[in-house]
Design a protein around this ligand. Structure first.
Ligand code: FNR
Length: 344
């Protein structure tokens, strides 16, 4: 086994180990004002949503995780089966390894084989060229490409990148030359309005703010270090709620995805209340398939669709974009964030 095969399996193992962590993504600090007359019925509610030119039947999806090892192959096959049965979109983990070592490509291709007509999103890091981005799309006949930005993870990763000078240039080239929509995503450290402006300036119009409060890649990479030096850095980054507040002014210029610690339909509702058009879920789905298997996971997802419909009915929102028009109250932590960051 080569090092990166070990790394992929370690990521899966360590992500699952930290599942019980009690960190918060801030979405519990977003409360809808209850109204006694919702004046709609459940069958009025439509769960479909739009991310740029991508149409999703459901506003939550399986976010990027894995590929590149035997264990990852099995996980990808299970996730793809679930995506097919529930009609959720699905992103794979970084296909970088498959470009370097074609013998690992099958662990990604299985996703398209399992779900020939599904909405599948490929994934690469921002150090890659436009040529590689095209290969990443072709590998899966992908409907879209995620480019992940993950500086803290790379720096804490013993074998990670140390040079971040070309990321914006690379993304700009990729956006210009790729025929499918490009989504730029964080990996659990959140985004700022400055970052979002930089992405808008180079033509990115679908952004996953992927905030703190769920899977924590500083923790995961630190656990892989002999001396675990970075224990003090575990709270780095903006929570998912803070990141969506940072995105507030840019909602007309881009479609935002929320991810980071999404565990239930109320988190989804809160994210939509703050302007997200869709939510991505990784850690929770990983935990689900590892501990409950495919069938129970499918039932859980079907239940979530119904529960989200109920929550939307309760607040009188017929569509995902209606949700952000409903009155919300923010926690003092979140209002403090807004006032120091001049967001109102
Ligand atoms: C990830 N994530 C990730 N993201 C990415 O863009 N490329 C990748 O290869 C991976 N790999 C990966 C492996 C595992 C095991 C997990 C759990 C996650 C990050 C993921 O897409 C997401 O941004 C964060 O995990 C935050 O969301 P959750 O996990 O809190 O729902």
């Amino acid at each position: 086994m080569t090092t990166h095969w070990n790394r992929k399996d370690q990521h899966i193992h360590l992500a699952e180990m930290q599942y019980q962590n009690t960190s918060t993504n801030g979405l519990d600090g977003v409360r809808f004002v209850h109204q006694s007359f919702s004046e709609i019925k459940t069958e009025d509610v439509q769960l479909n949503t739009q991310l740029g030119s991508l149409s999703l039947d459901y506003p939550f999806f399986i976010n990027a995780m894995t590929g590149g090892s035997e264990k990852a192959h099995v996980i990808n096959q299970n996730l793809a089966t679930i995506a097919k049965e529930t009609n959720l979109a699905m992103a794979v983990g970084s296909v970088s390894v498959a470009l370097k070592e074609p013998e690992t490509a099958e662990s990604f291709k299985i996703v398209r084989k399992t779900n020939p007509n599904g909405l599948i999103i490929s994934n690469l890091g921002a150090h890659h060229s436009a040529d590689n981005a095209k290969k990443a799309v072709d590998l899966l006949e992908a409907n879209a490409l995620q480019i992940h930005v993950n500086t803290p993870q790379e720096l804490v990763m013993p074998e990670g990148d140390r040079d971040f000078t070309n990321w914006l240039n690379n993304i700009e080239e990729i956006v210009k030359s790729i025929s499918v929509p490009v989504i730029v995503k964080e990996v659990g450290f959140g985004m700022s309005k400055e970052t979002i402006q930089q992405l808008l300036d180079i033509g990115v119009d679908i952004i996953d703010v992927s905030g703190r409060g769920g899977t924590n890649f500083i923790h995961i990479e630190n656990e892989r270090r002999d001396h675990k030096e970075f224990d003090y850095l575990l709270n780095w980054g903006q929570t998912t709620a803070e990141s969506l507040l940072e995105a507030h002014f840019y909602r007309k210029q881009a479609d935002f995805i929320a991810s980071g610690g999404i565990k239930n339909p109320l988190h989804m509702l809160a994210a939509f209340g703050l302007g997200a058009k869709a939510v991505g879920i990784s850690g929770e789905f990983l935990h689900m398939i590892l501990t409950k298997g495919n069938q129970v996971s499918i039932e859980q997802i079907e239940s979530w669709k119904e529960e989200l419909t109920f929550l939307m009915t309760m607040i009188g929102a017929k569509t995902i974009v209606d949700i952000e028009k409903k009155p919300i109250i923010l926690s003092t932590d979140l209002t403090n964030w807004c006032s120091q960051r001049y967001i109102n």
